[in-house]
Design a protein around this ligand. Structure first.
Ligand SMILES: Cc1ncc(COP(=O)(O)O)c(C=O)c1O
Length: 304
């Protein structure tokens, strides 16, 4: 990881190496914290944060779901992210990681008296699943782990605790020689990747599951808007594992993963084993949007 100069912690800009926490930080022990992952792209008009408001809203909603009272407003958190990018003076694309966590001072599960801390880090980050993956597609394994049950955890929150499930699925996939995991829900329908949502294409129709068992993905929403503008037919419905095997094209969407084609699932080649034509069209359109090359989507960018 490439260090930046400053990290924002509870209203102060702290030197990167000094942004530390106590070992008895509540979240480290009991896993109640929420975070975001947001990207800023180097556009022709300078660095621009993509869908800042939507990411910051989701952060506050995540905290509400896990019963954490955030001591900052939406506007204050947006301003902090903009100022952090300005102060760090980045010369490339950036990933922003806001984190709301419970700090030091109270132990035991009843968390309500623990101090609520907020930190925002940002660093230069390239592609998540590799440049080659963006062009040629990645190999995916259906996980032996079911996605966290909605009966016991809450997938609309980008909660740190939800990522143990993601982490173990990702670990299993990589150790088995794949690049990413696809998790099914407890009924066997596609939920999401370890950090992405899934799209498939069948007979020219773009299909993605509803967000019943996945995060309300901002990238998925962006791709759906682009597809609507291009008059590509869309279906939002459940997908089974065997339908993924026989689809014409498949791809993942996520802030980190952007639009990543899938060329193989469980040793079944998807389509012709390369990035499909609709995937390519949507991927190119997505990059035009985030890099500020499509005026109709300019409102999604916050220039810093
Ligand atoms: C579990 C999970 N699903 C889906 C996504 C995609 O969401 P977004 O497009 O808002 O980044 C992410 C990444 O944030 C994620 O962690």
């Amino acid at each position: 990881m490439e260090k930046a100069k400053y990290i924002w912690m509870n209203g102060e800009f702290v030197n990167w190496d000094d942004a530390k926490v106590h070992i008895l930080t509540h979240t480290l022990h009991y896993g109640n914290g929420v975070f975001e992952g947001t990207r800023a792209y180097k556009t022709q008009k300078g660095l621009a944060i993509f869908r800042l408001r939507d990411h910051t809203k989701r952060l506050l909603n995540s905290a509400k779901i896990t019963a954490i009272k955030t001591p900052y407003t939406l506007e204050e958190l947006e301003k902090a992210q903009i100022e952090l990018l300005r102060k760090n003076d980045f010369d490339g694309n950036v990933y922003i990681r806001p984190l709301i966590y419970l700090g030091y001072g109270v132990m035991g599960l009843y968390h309500i008296n623990a101090p609520v801390e907020v930190a925002i880090a940002a660093w230069k980050w390239g592609t998540y699943l590799g440049e080659e993956g963006l062009e040629k597609g990645i190999r995916v394994k259906i996980s032996s782990f079911a996605r966290n049950s909605v009966k016991s955890t809450m997938g609309k929150a980008k909660a740190v605790a939800n990522y143990l499930n993601s982490q173990l699925a990702k670990y299993e996939a990589i150790e088995a020689g794949y690049e990413e995991a696809l998790l099914l829900d407890e009924e066997g329908f596609v939920a999401e990747g370890s950090g992405e949502c899934l799209f498939i294409v069948r007979d020219g129709v773009l299909i993605t599951p509803p967000n019943d068992n996945s995060l309300e993905s901002i990238t998925q929403d962006t791709v759906l808007r682009i597809a609507r503008d291009k008059n590509i037919p869309i279906e939002r419905r459940r997908i089974t594992r065997d339908e993924v095997y026989i689809c014409d094209e498949a791809f993942f969407t996520g802030t980190a993963a952007e639009v990543t084609p899938i060329r193989e699932v469980d040793a079944r080649v998807i389509g012709n084993g390369a990035r499909g034509p609709i995937t390519k069209e949507l991927q190119e359109a997505y990059f035009d949007v985030v890099y500020g090359r499509n005026e109709a989507y300019e409102h999604m960018l916050t220039y810093i």
